[in-house]
Design a protein around this ligand. Structure first.
Ligand SMILES: C[S@@+](CC[C@H](N)C(=O)[O-])C[C@H]1O[C@@H](n2cnc3c(N)ncnc32)[C@H](O)[C@@H]1O
Length: 254
């Protein structure tokens, strides 16, 4: 089985239990304020066609559907989508949830006014090839709002040496240009591990430009004390995360 699918199917229950995502807002990443504060989405109109890539439990598509958008949302993991479908049914919202890898999705026409993705592109082998495909699915004037792990975040934790205080608590970045992979073993021990991979900010900017997208916004929001996405672990690391950007957000327009 695809290691991403195996991993996310295996952890979907735990992920659901430990993350707290504000259903009343559009979220961009761990510890960040949501759309109500960041104001990064284009003007939304009922009837706009939206696509979410790597939707997880689908909170962002459900929020867009509440604004009257016609939403399709895909994810590689049926475990993740099961929560999305259940939440949509409970809320009486109509979203087309489809189990599909981003790399396998396609549409013959440029149909979408808005394509979003929050913290899924770091799991792709070749995210920039996918940015080029995403651009083809947008209508002229359409928007691609991407949030992904920031290259400064993919460092290594360094902790205080209690005896001689020789190290300080925080992030150590071996290379900005080749950030270390955040490798995650399969929870059941069998199968290939997966990695969350970060890329330099300029590489993302250039990938958007090469795909024919104008970068309208590029943001590195600080951690917010009232985040739209949190977990106990993330909140515990609040002070360290408040000192560096953890998420990179790009808003591109075709
Ligand atoms: C960190 S979660 C983020 C979920 C959601 N976007 C959110 O912000 O809550 C990453 C998601 O990406 C999905 N994913 C990973 N690789 C994928 C791929 N190649 N195609 C589609 N989805 C993928 C996982 O199944 C998982 O649901």
């Amino acid at each position: 089985m695809n290691p991403q699918r195996q991993y996310w199917d295996a952890i979907s229950g735990t992920y659901r239990a430990i993350t707290r995502i504000d259903a009343g807002d559009f979220h961009y990443g761990p510890l960040l304020a949501g759309e109500s504060k960041l104001r990064l989405l284009p003007p939304l109109r009922p009837g706009m066609e939206a696509l979410e890539l790597g939707c997880g439990e689908g909170q962002n598509s459900l929020w867009l559907a509440r604004q009257g958008l016609l939403c399709t949302a895909i994810d590689i993991s049926e475990g993740q989508l099961a929560y999305a479908r259940a939440d949509a049914a409970k809320a009486g919202l109509d979203v087309i949830f489809q189990r599909c890898a981003i790399e396998d999705f396609d549409t013959p026409e440029a149909t979408f006014d808005l394509i979003t993705s929050s913290h899924a592109f770091e799991f792709l082998d070749d995210p920039f090839a996918q940015v080029a495909r995403v651009a083809r699915w947008l209508c002229p004037g359409g928007w691609f709002v991407l949030s992904t792990v920031h290259p400064v975040y993919n460092g290594e934790w360094v902790s205080v040496d209690e005896d001689d205080g020789s190290e300080t608590w925080g992030r150590f970045l071996p290379s900005y240009f080749h950030p270390v992979d955040d490798v995650r073993e399969q929870p059941e021990g069998k199968g290939a591990p997966i990695a969350s991979r970060a890329w330099p900010v300029s590489a993302w900017f250039n990938a958007f430009r090469a795909a024919g997208l104008t970068v309208e916004r590029l943001e590195e929001p600080p951690a917010d004390p009232d985040p739209a996405y949190a977990s106990d672990d993330w909140l515990e690391a609040f002070d360290e995360c408040a000192a560096i950007p953890t998420t990179l957000i790009l808003v591109g327009r075709k």
